[in-house]
Design a binder for this molecule. Sequence first.
Ligand SMILES: [Zn+2]
Length: 261
Amino acid sequence: MLESLKGIEVLVGREPEKGNILLCINYNDVQKTPSLGPANCVPKSVSRCVPQENSAHCKIVFDENGKIYVKNLKDQNVTFVDDHEVLSMCVDLNSNICLGKEKFVLPLERIIEVTLKYVGEIRAMQTMSVSHLEKVWSEYESECERITKTMQKRNKMRMIPMLIGGLSAVAIPVTNYLLPVPKWATIVISLISLVAIIKVFCSKDTSMEERKKAKDKLISNYVCPNPSCKHFLGEVPYKILKQNKKCQYCGAPWKLDLKLK
Ligand SMILES: [Zn+2]
């Protein structure tokens, strides 16, 4: 049972308007905020739970090793676990958490029961979130841009020896006519342009390989987040992709805005 809660954090506090208990269940970027109990059942000494500000009275942490911790969140708050005032404490399933100086009792079992109700939904939203694909796409795009720029630069470099060769072919006979150029100078100029031509043409063009590498990376990472689909989503910019709102291969709906109430 607790296996599915690993990595989840629950903020606990007073619901600011209704005055009952508000839980804010967090897993990575996904959040659910159920409230418990009748209105105004929680004393004022219990701090408010405000998910947007990440503030609350205390926090329950279900860590990766299966341990459960209760952490008091503010100096002015008072949190008890089975009559002991605590700042941070590892607790067991039967612990009673008491909030504020009036010791408002909130059994840990109750928090777990509510959290378990939402955990499936939270994990599903997690896997269907496509927001991480924005980064994958932008990395691909900038890599392509870099490759194109390098290729353009290379093509320009190719022009230089040809220009030198062409210019000297015209300039040498002309200057020779006006002012005799020594033979060795003609030979040196021709040699320089020949070497430059050879050097540029022999340098390896890696743009095709780089492009293939970038595409392969895109194919393996730019995929549907549904674990049973994982289909490559094509060379479609993220901006256009997210307009689809669902996978065209498996039909799974995608979550773009994860901060749901
Ligand atoms: Zn899919």
